[in-house]
Write a protein that binds this ligand. Sequence first.
Ligand code: KG4
Ligand code: ZN
Length: 344
Amino acid sequence: MNILGFESSCDETGVAVVSFEGAEPPRLRGQALHSQVQMHEAYGGVVPELASRDHVRRALPLAEAALAEAGVALRDIDLVAFTRGPGLAGALLVGAGVACGLAAALCRPTLGIHHLEGHLLSPFLSADPPQFPFAALLVSGGHTQLMRVDGVGRYELLGETIDDAAGEAFDKSAKLLGLGYPGGPALARLAESGNGHAFELPRPLLHQPNLDFSFAGLKTAVMTTLKRLGTEVSPEQRADLAASTQAAIVEVLVRKSMRALRETGLRRLVVAGGVGANAMLRGELGAACARLGAKVHYPELHLCTDNGAMIALAAAMRCQAGLAVLSDEHRFSVRPRWDLAEAG
Ligand code: KG4
Ligand code: ZN
């Protein structure tokens, strides 16, 4: 079975072809991706209307590129999957519209996928895939959640952020430090030359006996620190502040993930979403998991941020699990707000 998957929930247009036979693990055959980062950079963040218009321009050429790389003809596609939510309404509508239009022309069914389910299952495309059940740390620009995952479609929320997401904390702090958008990778780069202990920044909810997060106070602390330093802030101090910010975010994510493993008794942790690309987070999680006798799984680095492969893969795994409610109607709706636990 060949699946064509479209991702367009935010500022990346991704298209991919994933194939599977019977119960064999799905394989990524081809993929194409366009990041709008450069376009949004000038505005310091994603401009939703510009994002939608760019998805319109990119979707079909990227689909052609993904099919060409896969060596699969359009007529051999059996199912067209797309991100149904959560995300920017207009951006989602473009992907859904293109996917359902193509499916209608091909007389093939469609399947709407939850964006976070895509992230969550993306490590199944890696050389060392996890096994169910596992705990999952989902850390993207819009979400920070700990989940218990017992199988495809069996997702239980253990804890989440009560305000900003971890990626948002990276992005907002980076903006205050005058770094470009998206801030995560830029802040991580600046942090490399800084001292993470230089500034004492808050780690809210760290010692609360739950699995929730709060990151909104962090950007306020970064702002107050910068104000206190005034115009005299040196390059060293900026690097120290970046390193201290990263250290605060990473410590909270690691401690809460370990608590989730201890409380559930699970010994496998899957880390997914853009922040999962962070090198310090990977290092610290690796060390903490080793101490606990747990194993940590990541998607391949190029599949950490948004892409079409994870959407096609989630569709494939849903089909294999008998959980795909395929639609032949080619009508579509999107869900800009959508809890993963409801996507069962
Ligand atoms: O999963 P993703 O690509 O998009 C969403 O679904 O939100 O995540 C994007 C987020 C952004 O906040 C970005 O700054 C962050 O992931 N990010 C990073 C790194 N790479 C991406 N944060 C910290 N360190 C990184 N290396
Ligand atoms: Zn994402």
